[in-house]
Design a protein around this ligand. Structure first.
Ligand code: ATP
Ligand code: MG
Length: 369
C-alpha cells in the first residue's frame, strides 16, 4: 500500500498544507519543533482514526481553532481511496472513505496500515508491560477488525467494573452487578487471548531470524505470551478459555472487592522476550535491547504483509539517527519493498545517505526539494 498525498487543515501546527509523497522513500527533515512528528502523527490518524500520542482529539486541533481536517489519498489492493477525518471541539468525529461515512474509526485500517517507530520504542523490551501490550494491540487492531471491536468492549467493561469496585463500599446493589461484568469480560477476554496468542507466535517466528541477522548470529531470540495464570493453553478453544478466565475471577473476587481494583483479566497481559533463554527485560544490554526492539518492529511489519498481502507504510520518527551505522544499514536493507517515511534533523545529514525525495519542514510549512 502507498500513501500518495496528505492534506492537513488546522492539524497541530499546520494551518493548511497539502503534500504529495514519494512512492518509495520520503525523507522529512527540519529543525526541532517544526512539525515533523506532527506530520507522521497525521498519517497514524489516517490509519487508525486516532493519534499515537494522545487520546484527546482536541489536542490535535491547531491552537485557537475549532476543528481540524485530515485527508489522505491511498493506493491499496490495486484501488484508490480517499480517507477523510473531520473532528471539532464538542462534535462527533466524522470519518469517510471515498465520501462514504464509516461505522468505526478502525475501518480506516481496511485501507491504510502503519508501523510507527520512534526512539522510545528502542526501549520497548525494558519498559513496563503496558508498552508491549500497546505494541501488540496497535498491530492487531489494524489487522483484525474483530480484535479491535473486542478490545474496545473490553476496555469499556474494565473501566465500568473499576468504577463499580471503587464506589461499592456499603452498596451491595453495586456488588450484585459484578457477576454480569465478569461473565462478559471473560467472554471478550477469551477473544483477546485467542488473537494475542497467535500474533505472538508469529512475532516470535519473524523476530528470531531478524534478531539473529542483526546480532551477527550470536544470540537466539524467542518470545512467549504471558496471560492470566489459570489459562493453561492460550491456544485452547473459546469455551475452555472463558471457563479458565472465570476460575481466575472467582479466585480474585474477594481481593478485588477489598482492594477495590480490577485484578483479574487479560488487561495485564505481557510478552516475555528471551535472549538465549534469559529474560531480556532483566538481563539484556543496551545494544541487545535495541536490536531486539528493532526485530519486534520489523517482525510486525512482516506479519502485516503476510496477513494483508501488502506492506504497511513504515514511519521512522528520528529513529535512524539513534542507531549506530551497523543497525542503520540493517534497517534500511530490511525495508526492501514498501513505502517508508523517515524524519531527521537538519544536522543529521542522513538525508544525504538516503535515496528518496527530500522534504523540508519549517514552522508547519512543507516544501519538496
Ligand atoms: P523534534 O525534532 O524536536 O522532534 P518536530 O519537528 O518533530 O521536532 P513536532 O512534534 O512535530 O516537532 O511539533 C512541532 C510544534 O507543533 C511544536 O512546537 C508544538 O508546540 C506544536 N504544536 C503541537 N500541538 C499543537 C497544536 N494543537 N496547535 C499548534 N501547534 C501545536
Ligand atoms: Mg519529532
Amino acid at each position: 500500500m502507498r500513501l500518495d498525498r496528505v492534506k492537513l487543515e488546522n492539524f497541530r501546527n499546520y494551518a493548511a498544507q497539502e503534500v504529495f509523497f514519494d512512492p518509495v522513500c520520503s525523507v522529512i527533515c527540519g529543525e526541532n519543533a517544526q512539525g515533523k512528528t506532527n506530520l507522521l502523527e497525521a498519517m497514524v490518524c489516517l490509519s487508525t482514526g486516532k493519534s499515537h500520542r494522545t487520546r484527546a482529539d482536541r489536542e490535535l486541533i491547531r491552537f485557537e481553532q475549532q476543528s481540524f481536517r485530515l485527508e489522505g489519498t491511498i493506493r491499496a489492493r490495486d484501488r484508490d481511496f480517499v480517507s477523510r477525518i473531520d473532528a471539532g471541539a464538542g462534535k462527533k468525529k466524522r470519518i469517510t472513505i471515498n465520501d462514504v461515512p464509516v461505522r468505526a474509526a478502525s475501518d480506516l485500517s481496511g485501507v491504510l496500515n502503519t508501523i510507527f517507530f520512534c526512539p522510545e520504542d528502542l526501549q520497548l523490551i525494558k519498559e513496563g508491560a503496558a508498552a508491549r501490550r500497546r505494541f501488540i494491540d496497535t498491530s492487531l487492531c489494524q489487522l483484525r477488525p474483530r480484535y479491535s471491536a473486542a478490545l474496545s468492549e473490553y476496555q469499556r467493561l474494565h473501566e465500568h467494573k473499576t468504577r463499580i469496585l471503587r464506589d461499592c463500599d456499603g452498596r451491595p446493589d453495586l456488588i450484585a452487578t459484578l457477576p454480569d461484568f465478569d461473565l462478559r469480560m471473560a467472554e471478550v477476554g477469551a477473544v483477546l487471548i485467542h488473537y494475542r496468542s497467535r500474533f505472538v507466535k508469529m512475532l516470535s517466528q519473524y523476530a528470531a531470524p531478524a534478531h539473529s541477522e542483526c546480532s551477527g548470529g550470536r544470540e537466539e531470540l524467542s518470545i512467549q505470551y504471558k496471560t492470566v495464570k489459570t489459562v493453561t493453553d492460550p491456544f485452547a478453544d473459546h469455551k475452555t478459555l472463558v471457563a479458565q478466565l472465570q476460575e481466575h475471577q472467582r479466585e480474585h473476587h474477594h481481593a478485588e472487592v477489598s482492594s477495590r481494583q480490577c485484578l483479574s483479566g487479560p488487561h495485564k497481559d505481557d510478552i516475555e522476550v528471551l535472549l538465549d533463554g534469559l529474560s531480556a527485560r532483566s538481563y539484556a544490554s543496551q545494544g541487545q535491547t535495541r536490536t531486539a526492539a528493532l526485530a519486534l518492529k520489523l517482525a510486525a511489519r512482516e506479519i502485516h504483509k503476510e496477513i494483508i498481502g501488502e506492506y504497511p507504510i513504515l514511519l521512522l520518527d528520528d529513529v535512524l539517527s539513534e542507531l549506530d551505522p551497523k543497525r542503520q544499514e540493517y534497517v534500511l536493507n530490511r525495508i526492501g519493498s514498501g513505502q517508508v517515511f523517515i524524519t531527521c534533523c537538519e544536522e543529521d545529514r542522513l538525508h544525504s545517505l538516503l535515496s528518496g525525495s527530500v522534504y523540508r519542514v519549517k514552522g508547519g510549512v512543507i516544501t519538496r526539494q
